[in-house]
Design a protein around this ligand. Structure first.
Ligand code: GLA
Length: 731
């Protein structure tokens, strides 16, 4: 209490001083090309006064004004864009924070207390402390501005010193405001085998909400990222766009609200749906990170900002190389044995990939994992199928000369399992209703520390007993169904949030012990790919849909937010009407893998695949570590093209695809981007089927980067599902 009285006195004093001097304090969060400027005017609160292209003259900051709402009668209404607006104040639109205090009061007014900036890897971190003037409730806003990449990452922490718990019913990561003539929102809607599908719509007065309530497998219906374009619909190369994503592996909510005067607020947050959070005295509620970039050169530049940032600062081992692989899921399903797997490892070697990845179906004995109806939770090898255990498999891999990777789904349980028999209370399900099953399984209750220990120990034991395991594919095939935690008892509303935090705790422990173990994040395809999870995973599985035509759209969508290095793409037998070359060329745009029986391939096809693996490995400085330029969108026609350029611009590669071109349609040359205009590049079509030669006019020629970018290459054809991979080497 003493603390509160002292604080209130200090706050009143500082407000009084500011009022006397009319002082306006600006806090600048800046990257090379973006400024986010916050202001504390004489009322002592914190407002956004500018978000846009970086201002050239520091003195201009003095002219920025928080009072952005002149009323129609000309008077100035003392109401601005409060950065972290609390519920119950004079702002009548969606707040960032809603708190019910211990005495039942639902209002929060936050006042500036202090701020501090410090250099961090890649940029500057600014922390701003705010406090309520009537309650001992504190919010710290954190911003990291990544100078070179023009990316800002922001999150908040809420804590209090009230005697009883307070209840949080809104807890945004931040709030951003825009004032423009029109706004267009591009969302990335999803479903199984239909991930990251783009659609754009104008935002009108009122709210548009993008959210999910799936708990785990959280992005199955909507991805946790969006693209907002200002004054014109999103364009690849021009216009102002905000591209934002929330690092949260659970329910998220993006609210876009156009207010009475046509201003837009953007509120990224954990979805508060069924999640009123009890915050005890002394506890801190940390929101997830919201990561955004503001590009004035369209979505293409925005994506390049995010891709570069992710590889340098967020993605696990983002600067390290990736492993090519052969997986067995599409090939064998659950039907395999030790000999068959040993044979596949030799095939992996023959293909030239680095690793063999054993998928679902290798575990459980009392209820063997012969299909998806039993066994999840019992993570010991199935002795009937694999009598030599994992050791025999890692030995076989070593003999074949490849690494060994393993599929797990450790957050889940089938009711037909020994784990469920022993610990039914570890599964999320109602005590008093019929259980609803998604893929015949239930989600383990990771809000429970015992369950966290169990999941950690499953993975730790596998690695300790089998040091030959070089990689995990970590799956998550069910949303949270029957939302009830036997552990949380009367605090059920915390389950959605505490469950996700429990997953992070497990992943943090594993990362501490196995800091560089590569892992693929998978969730029934691409239903998990946020930037918090990707601190622990080197890559994610974009989709179970590996039909190359569908993949052109799916990979196009994900590429808006993720580098190719994080996106797994495998050559499979989906869409056999497409050639093996077309399938391989589509997968080669991302982290290349195969999931196909090599005996399905003709001798020429196998030879082609081997060559494609070799080519892909040579092109890693461009595809994995270079810069990506999206050139032709599949959404705009019957073709798709992207090119990648290595950091020193000495190597580039163009991928060009014809989907289903119309008869005699107009074929435009593909103009490359990002090359050195003054360098000469040797143009060479690669990934050719054995015995065929290139029909690309420029094949074998040496052309300047300037020519390639201004005149372009005639890379598209009239062919159905045709593709071209063109390598450019600086001379
Ligand atoms: C999910 C994954 C697939 C495969 C299966 C195994 O659907 O997305 O790649 O691993 O599980 O059951």
């Amino acid at each position: 209490m003493k603390h509160l009285i002292l604080f209130t006195m200090l706050l009143s004093l500082s407000c009084a001083l500011s009022a006397q001097t009319g002082e306006r304090k600006n806090i600048r969060i800046a990257t090379n090309h973006t400024d986010l400027i916050l202001q504390v005017p004489d009322n002592g609160r914190l407002y956004q006064v500018y978000l846009g292209e970086r201002l050239r003259h520091d003195t201009d900051l003095n002219h920025l004004d928080w009072q952005v709402h002149p009323a129609s009668d000309g008077s100035v209404v003392p109401r601005g864009w409060e950065v972290y607006s609390g519920s119950g104040n004079e702002d009548f639109f969606e707040p960032a924070l809603a708190v019910t205090h211990a005495d039942g009061n639902p209002s929060t007014y936050l006042y500036y207390v202090s701020h501090h900036s410090k250099p961090v890897d890649g940029g500057t971190q600014t922390d701003i402390v705010l406090r309520d003037n009537r309650y001992p409730l504190e919010v710290t806003l954190h911003y990291v501005a990544y100078t070179e990449e023009d990316v800002i990452k922001t999150w908040s922490e809420i804590s209090h010193d009230e005697k009883q718990p307070v209840y949080l019913s809104a807890y945004a990561s931040t709030m951003l405001y825009f004032s423009a003539g029109s706004y267009y929102l591009t969302e990335f809607s999803s479903d199984w085998a239909k991930e990251a599908q783009m659609s754009t719509q104008p935002l009108r007065p009122g709210k548009k909400v993008l959210d999910t309530k799936l708990g785990s497998r959280a992005a199955m219906h909507m991805q946790p990222f969006f693209l907002l374009s200002i004054d014109q619909p999103a364009d690849e190369q021009q216009g102002q766009v905000l591209m934002g994503t929330l690092g949260w592996t659970g329910n998220f909510r993006f609210t876009f609200e156009v207010d009475n005067v046509g201003n837009l607020r953007v509120i990224p947050a954990i979805n508060p749906y069924a999640s009123r959070y009890e915050l005890k005295r002394g506890e801190t509620f940390a929101t997830p990170e919201f990561i955004f970039t503001l590009s004035r050169q369209g979505a293409g530049q925005g994506s390049r900002n995010l891709q570069a940032w992710a590889r340098r600062y967020q993605l696990k081992d983002g600067r390290e190389p990736r492993l090519t692989l052969l997986n067995n899921w599409e090939n064998t399903g659950f039907n395999f044995n030790q000999d068959l797997l040993a044979g596949l490892m030799k095939e992996a070697k023959d293909l030239g990939v680095d690793m063999f990845l054993l998928d679902d179906g290798w575990f459980a004995n009392k209820y063997p994992r012969q299909n998806d109806r039993a066994g999840l939770g019992d993570w010991e090898v199935n002795h009937a199928k694999l009598p030599g255990g994992i050791t025999a498999l890692t030995d076989a891999a070593r003999e074949a000369g490849v690494k060994f990777g393993l599929w797990i789904e450790p957050e889940m349980v089938n009711p037909k399992s020994e784990l469920f028999e022993q610990h039914p209370e570890w599964a999320i399900h109602y005590p008093n209703r019929e259980t609803y099953y998604y893929r015949n399984q239930l989600v383990l209750d990771l809000s429970n520390p015992d369950v966290q220990d169990y999941v950690y120990s499953v993975v730790d034991r596998l690695l300790t007993e089998n040091p030959g395991i070089a990689y995990f594919k970590w799956d998550c095939n069910s949303p949270i169904t029957n939302i009830y935690s036997p552990y949380l008892k009367e605090r059920q509303e915390q389950l959605y949030i505490d469950h996700v935090r429990g997953i992070y705790r497990v992943l943090q422990r594993l990362q501490a012990k196995y800091p560089h173990l590569p892992m693929m994040l998978c969730s029934g395809g691409g239903a998990r790919c946020d930037y918090e999870a990707l601190k622990y995973f080197t890559e994610f599985w974009c989709s179970d849909n590996t039909d190359p035509v569908e993949r052109l759209y799916i990979q196009w969508g994900f590429s808006h937010f993720f580098p190719a290095k994080a996106m797994c793409a495998h050559v499979t037998s989906w869409n056999r009407a497409a050639s093996v070359k077309f399938r391989t060329d589509v997968a080669s745009m991302c982290k290349l893998g195969f999931d196909i029986g090599l005996q399905e391939l003709s001798a020429e096809e196998l030879e082609f695949c081997r060559q494609a693996v070799t080519n892909w490995k040579q092109l890693q400085p461009a595809i994995m570590d270079g810069t990506q330029y999206r050139l032709a969108s599949p959404y705009n026609g019957n073709h798709m093209a992207v090119n990648y350029v290595s950091a020193d611009r000495s190597m580039a590669v163009l991928f060009a695809y014809d989907i289903h071109p119309r008869y005699q349609e107009k074929l435009l040359p593909v103009k490359l981007q990002g090359l050195d205009p003054d360098k000469l590049y040797r143009v060479e079509e690669i990934n050719l089927m054995p015995g065929t030669s290139s029909t690309l006019k420029a094949h074998g020629q040496t052309l300047s980067g300037d020519y390639l970018m201004k005149v372009g290459l005639e890379a598209f054809t009239f062919g159905n599902m045709q593709s071209r991979v063109v390598k450019l080497t600086a001379q």
